[in-house]
Ligand binder design. Structure first.
Ligand code: AMP
Length: 309
């Protein structure tokens, strides 16, 4: 099945307690398409970069068999730039800079052969751009959308328009509370479902993720990691693993959505093991399968207890 990914391609400056990278390859679309590419390819990518985007970044995507026909390169422009600093508690990060640069004037044009894409993943970008993409897609089976506090606060009205036209929203717990104005996550998801998406996935960092549909609440654990090097992109890698699995299987039954959440969690766990996109560089399907299986072991327990005399 064809998977279309739209989102940011970025030059990130990342600081964590364990090191820093002043010009790392990043962006929501970069992480999503790299993660999804382990399940199905080519992933169709739509985004924009400036003339300063490193050749190495293009090479990375090409090596992951990402289709770059939908990537616009504005030679005289500057690439989107994001800077973030993580606290000792890696669940907490401060955004130091968000420079939209070429995204300010970006008008996404979907190449004709992308228009029939079955699975569409709208990565974290301006909801106005997300809407313009949806206007050009013919009949997607599933539209998955990610967003963040920057847009929930800055473009709330536009985001509400986008939400009316999507099927699955992925967001983290603080964003879910911010969007719904409801502190309890189950109630928050209900409020958000009322805004349009029939399925809401709430990511809870190292505490896993909740998949909430009309009839189910599924709680997935996070993989317990001893060495988290850089959490940047974990949310996007999650979205990539999730949509990649759906694209591979073309099955949106509730049971398969649960599997997709676990594959998303597996890709997120690989992502944070290294700096920037390096954690998504040399994976194999076999390693991903292994980690998928170990997720099952994490919360498996016997139902019956027979007391010994
Ligand atoms: P995550 O850690 O999953 O939230 O994703 C981090 C990535 O999102 C970084 O590589 C950033 O370049 C990108 N990013 C951060 N803020 C924004 C924004 N406002 N719009 C689009 N992409 C962003």
């Amino acid at each position: 099945m064809s998977v279309l990914v739209v989102g940011s391609l970025a030059i990130d400056s990342i600081e964590t307690p364990f090191g820093s990278a002043p010009r790392a390859l990043g962006g929501s679309a970069t992480y999503i398409s790299a993660a999804a590419s382990y399940f199905t390819n080519p992933i169709r990518l739509v985004g924009v970069v400036g003339g300063d985007f490193p050749k190495e970044g293009l090479r990375f995507l090409e090596e992951r068999h990402v289709d770059l026909e939908g990537l616009e390169i504005v030679k005289e422009g500057k690439t989107f730039h994001w800077a973030g600093r993580y606290h000792y508690d890696l669940n907490v990060r401060d955004t130091l800079k968000t420079q939209l640069n070429v995204f300010e004037k970006f008008d996404p044009k979907i190449p004709p052969r992308y228009k029939n894409s079955t699975y569409v993943c709208l990565g974290n970008i301006d909801p106005v751009l997300q809407l313009r993409v949806l206007d050009q897609i013919e009949k997607p089976r599933v539209v998955i959308c990610d967003t963040m506090n920057y847009w929930i606060e800055g473009k709330n009205k536009e985001l509400l328009e986008t939400l009316k036209r999507i099927d699955i929203l992925i967001l983290n717990e603080s964003e879910a509370r911010l969007l719904s104005k409801e502190p309890n996550l189950i109630k928050a998801a209900r409020v958000i479902r009322g805004m349009g998406p029939r399925i809401v996935i709430v990511k809870k960092g190292e505490h896993g993720a909740l998949l909430i549909t009309e009839s189910t609440v599924f709680s997935a654990p996070a993989y317990p990691m001893e060495n988290i090097f850089d959490p940047t992109g974990a949310g996007d890698a999650f979205a990539g693993g999730f949509v990649g699995w759906l694209g591979r299987t073309d099955d949106i039954s509730e049971e398969n959505l649960k599997r997709a959440v676990i594959y998303g969690s597996a890709l997120a766990s690989f992502c944070v093991e290294k700096f920037g996109v390096d954690g998504l560089r040399d994976l194999t399907y076999l390693r991903i399968q292994d980690r998928f299986r170990s997720f099952r072991e994490l919360s498996r327990f016997e139902e019956d207890y027979v007391a010994s005399e």
